[in-house]
Design a protein around this ligand. Structure first.
Ligand SMILES: [Zn+2]
Length: 385
């Protein structure tokens, strides 16, 4: 054997060893990666969402294009309520694999939860272009309607919602989602007609009692808004508008200081956002225009634990003493709402208004909306007859 040949042979051997090591190394990587990927899934299924994210991260370091693992990671982040991070992962997923339908549906849902409505609209429209007859079409149509409704585009919301219903008229879940859109937006006429259609189509669905409740509410509201209450409140507001600043009495022997102060701040919030009404807190209930009282119980409640009634020259806000206290997170929105009535406002149907007549799906707003303030300004403006 020539020296040359021997060298080549040794070289071959060395190459072989290197190759063997590389294969072993790569195989090790792959088994480790796929082990971590399946670990992520197992942890997710067990409900260990932080662990699932950690395992997914290790797997994704080696195989960043592993869509299944990224999807698992995104879902785990979603479960951990890390909505921003979850949506980022899903955006990456859609970029790497535009045909991954599940990613769009999850992303739309995450964005809806985060109240990122413009992004919801963008993602849903993108899905409808990418998958004209996709398997999640109805879900996406309902999400799109939701996103639009949340930013007040009711007409366009209705267009997409009716497409969802039209494409699968026999699926009660699609109907429920669409109904929620119109309950949430307070589009009374559509909420009533849709609820009625739903009750005819699905008389045995499990959501029937809830739909009946909402239908009764909207019908009742339609009644109330057109009747004497609304007229009386307008008359009341005109009367008060000639008596500014309005004298306010707050009964202070049945509520703690925090609660009384919190109620005062609610009055001042109306002052600040309307720049029309003004209040003066007085020590005697006799001459007060608005009287706030704490009572044992209420026959008829408006918000969770309060109601407003009127005499000839006083609006009386009554709070149920056991619930109405500053430590209750519902207290502030409830105070703002009742003060609105005491000032002469009737209910609105927009869930973003403090005067919304029902408790919106996402809870009552914490503050006075531009629309609430506008309605007061109209009622109290001097040009008003
Ligand atoms: Zn009310």
């Amino acid at each position: 054997m020539s020296a040359n040949k021997r060298q080549t042979r040794q070289f071959d051997v060395i190459l072989g060893i290197i190759a063997l090591h590389c294969t072993a190394f790569l195989a090790g990587c792959f088994t480790r990666t796929s082990r971590m990927a399946s670990q992520a899934w197992t942890e997710y299924e067990r409900g260990n969402f932080s662990q699932a994210v950690a395992s997914a991260n290790i797997a994704l370091e080696v195989s960043p294009d592993d869509c299944g693992t990224r999807y698992t990671k995104a879902c785990a982040l979603w479960k951990l309520n890390k909505l921003n991070e979850a949506s980022k992962e899903l955006e990456i997923l859609i970029q790497t694999k535009p045909r991954y339908e599940d990613a769009y549906v999850a992303l739309a849902a995450v964005l809806l939860a985060a109240d990122e409505n413009q992004s919801v609209i963008r993602v849903c429209k993108q899905y409808l272009i990418e998958f004209p007859s996709g398997k999640y079409r109805n879900q996406i149509l309902a999400d799109l309607a939701n996103g639009l409704a949340h930013i007040g585009q009711y007409e366009e919301a209705w267009t997409w919602a009716s497409k969802a219903i039209a494409s699968d008229a026999n699926d009660p879940t699609v109907w429920q989602q669409v109904l929620h859109v119109f309950y949430g937006t307070g589009n009374r006429a559509k909420a009533i007609s849709l609820s009625q259609q739903y009750l005819v189509l699905f008389p045995n669905d499990k959501e029937v009692p809830q739909v009946q409740r909402m239908l009764a509410f909207f019908q009742n509201e339609q009644q109330r808004n057109s009747d004497d209450v609304a007229r009386f409140r307008k008359y009341w507001a005109r009367k008060l508008s000639k008596d500014l600043p309005l004298r306010v009495y707050i009964q202070n022997d049945k509520a703690d200081d925090n609660t009384v102060n919190s109620l005062r701040r609610a009055f001042l919030e109306w002052e600040k956002s309307t720049e029309v009404v003004r209040f003066k807190f007085v020590e005697s209930p006799v001459s007060a225009r608005i009287k706030c009282m704490w009572v044992g119980r209420l026959e008829v409640k408006d918000t969770d634990f309060a109601a407003t009634s009127y005499t000839d020259d006083q609006a009386i806000i009554s709070f149920v003493a056991s619930n109405a206290c500053a430590s209750n997170p519902e207290f502030k929105p409830c105070c703002l709402h009742e003060i609105g009535h005491a000032l002469g406002l009737s209910h609105s149907l927009n869930p973003k208004d403090i005067m919304c007549g029902f408790k919106p799906i996402n809870g009552r707003p914490q503050g006075i909306s531009a629309n609430d303030a506008d309605r007061i300004r109209k009622l109290y403006s001097r040009s008003h007859p």
